[in-house]
Design a protein around this ligand. Sequence first.
Ligand SMILES: C[S@@+](CC[C@H](N)C(=O)[O-])C[C@H]1O[C@@H](n2cnc3c(N)ncnc32)[C@H](O)[C@@H]1O
Length: 228
Amino acid sequence: MSNRGVEMLRSLGRNNHRTTLENVLAIAEDTLFDWMFGTETARHVEQHELDIRNDVGFNMYTPTRVRAFRKLLDHLALPKGQVFVDFGCGKGRVLLAAAQYPFDRIVGVEVAPQLCAICRSNVAAYRRRHSGTLDIKVVQCEARAYNVSRDETVFFMFSPFGRAIAAGVLGNILSSVEECPRKVWLIVNNPREIGPSFDANPNLDSHSEFTYGSSLFWIWTTRSGSRS
Ligand SMILES: C[S@@+](CC[C@H](N)C(=O)[O-])C[C@H]1O[C@@H](n2cnc3c(N)ncnc32)[C@H](O)[C@@H]1O
């Protein structure tokens, strides 16, 4: 039986019917997504398969469920004209899903060169088949080294690294907000590790929560749009 089949059976055993149904739909939509856009975003990648150092905080590459992410964006109904950044974008599934929403620009930040290469080729494949927000940039760097631009407003992370690196990234975002006050959304998929430290930050409002199937997102906004 395929990995997906095993995953579905496990889900049936663990969850209530609604969660199970959502998980099954989410797994089906992930498969459809790659098929429709000629991309490869599904295969998980472990650190030992990549040419990167241990101290960058790498967790394995695992993609966000595209259906859960779309439901989240539908639920948030962000004002038009935001700029979306995925810290630890991996193969770029979230970037491509975000491209179907009215973001002005989309940026993926990824430390692993091999994943950046796959991500760029996925973006190229997507561009050949689909219209939408086509201003998608992939930046190869460690997340803390990324220079947050003044127009960037929606920041996404899916378990890319631990608390120490997340604190550095959050510090950069908040410094940028201090220099150029604006409303900012921070979204963390699977927030168990870094979520509590964001909760403790006095510059962020307390989080709201969104779940779809087994995916859990926490969302913060900056307190009154400024650090002070
Ligand atoms: C769980 S995957 C999430 C992929 C994508 N954001 C998604 O939701 O589909 C985490 C990604 O973060 C990247 N990553 C880990 N540590 C990083 C760091 N310090 N700087 C930038 N990227 C990092 C990994 O290479 C991996 O691709």
